[in-house]
Ligand binder design. Structure first.
Ligand code: AMP
Ligand code: ZN
Length: 330
């Protein structure tokens, strides 16, 4: 999709006035995008990097209300709560095979690990405006790409699952290297998930239940929405086959809400069945010693926040009262 043509003000200060023409006539004003209006209203704070924004009090109030609402919806799940910093150990990340599937999205933390001499070279290169980044080395941490990633190796180390399997409640800032001027495609964003580990029947029943809960949530938030089969953005030519297979097996569904200017609706929640992928790379076993299957219901907290702002307006006083009440009386 081409939203670049809508906006001259990519990641900038927000003003999108037409430039004066050489003949002295004002050029027609450039259409303002949703991103422009969020920045103008001070709701998102541009940093100069596409997809990395600061957030205002209003934005955070909506995001926190959304997270609390999802906690309420999942209160019956007896989920074990786990909160990790937004990093995953690099060895677990390597085992997960993320780099096979999505190398284009990965974020590996690098640091300077050299001696005085190498430090001198680093600073000299910086001062000369030369490339200095080859002076860094990968550390033992990567940025978490989806909130559920740190969970599987941790649970595998605990031994077999109990007979009823497990539900885990996770929340994390996630990183994906996909800079974009669509405000909904951020490089760092928050994801809340309920993760299910157990038998195939348990995972499929869990996923269906969360699809229905997700649809009810969107109804309650009074936003238009549709559910659709989806695939993850597997890299390369080989990735196309994997994505087609994911669709054929109906492993991923997304709940879509219109958010961006002139673009198809945006995936704000996803409902995933990973089959036995994570028990192939880690020894995750059911109580019977079978390979555990896994699935997750993922809520994009930032996308849901933007979906509400898009559909109900940037001024909270104009929002439906019921929606404000649901989000904790914002
Ligand atoms: P996924 O693992 O791709 O299904 O992502 C789960 C949810 O995270 C999506 O449904 C979105 O709501 C959210 N999400 C994914 N990528 C981004 C992004 N680049 N920026 C903001 N939210 C995202
Ligand atoms: Zn997940």
């Amino acid at each position: 999709m081409d939203i670049a043509s809508d906006s001259l003000d990519v990641g900038g200060g927000g003003a999108s006035l037409g430039q004066g023409s050489p003949s002295g006539h004002a050029a027609p004003p450039v259409a303002r995008t949703f991103l422009d209006s969020l920045i103008d209203a001070g709701i998102l704070i541009p940093t100069g990097v596409d997809g990395i924004y600061g957030r205002s009090r209003v934005y955070e109030a909506i995001a926190e209300g959304m997270d609390a609402l999802i906690t309420e919806i999942g209160a019956d799940q007896q989920a074990e709560m786990m909160r990790f910093p937004p990093t995953t150990p690099r060895n677990d990340f390597e085992d997960s095979e993320y780099l096979k599937s999505f190398p284009q999205l990965a974020g590996i933390v690098h640091s300077f690990c050299g001696n005085d001499h190498e430090h001198f070279r680093l600073v000299a290169r910086l001062e000369r405006g030369e490339d200095w980044t080859d002076q860094l080395r990968p550390t033992r941490v990567v940025l978490t790409p989806a909130a559920c990633y740190p969970v599987y190796p941790v649970l595998a180390r605990r031994g077999p699952l109990p007979p009823e399997g497990r539900v885990v409640d996770v929340f994390s800032y996630c990183f994906r290297h996909e800079p974009s001027i669509e405000p909904t495609r951020m490089q760092m964003f928050r994801m809340r998930e309920y993760v299910r580990l157990g038998t195939p029947e348990q995972i499929l029943a869990f996923r269906q239940m969360w699809i229905e809960r997700g649809q009810k949530l969107a109804d309650d938030l009074e936003v238009p929405h549709t559910l659709d089969l989806a695939n993850d953005p597997f890299f390369g030519r080989g990735g196309k086959l994997v994505a087609d297979n994911q669709r054929d097996l109906k492993l991923k569904f997304e709940l879509l809400i219109p958010v961006n200017d002139g673009a198809p609706p945006t995936a704000c929640m996803s409902f995933n069945y990973h089959v036995d992928h994570f028990s192939t790379v880690w020894p995750l076993r059911t109580a019977d010693g079978e390979k555990a299957h896994t699935g997750c219901a993922a809520f994009g907290i930032d996308r849901l926040t933007l979906a509400l702002l898009r559909n109900h307006g940037l001024d909270l006083s104009g929002w439906p009262r019921g929606v404000r009440a649901l989000l904790g009386g914002i």
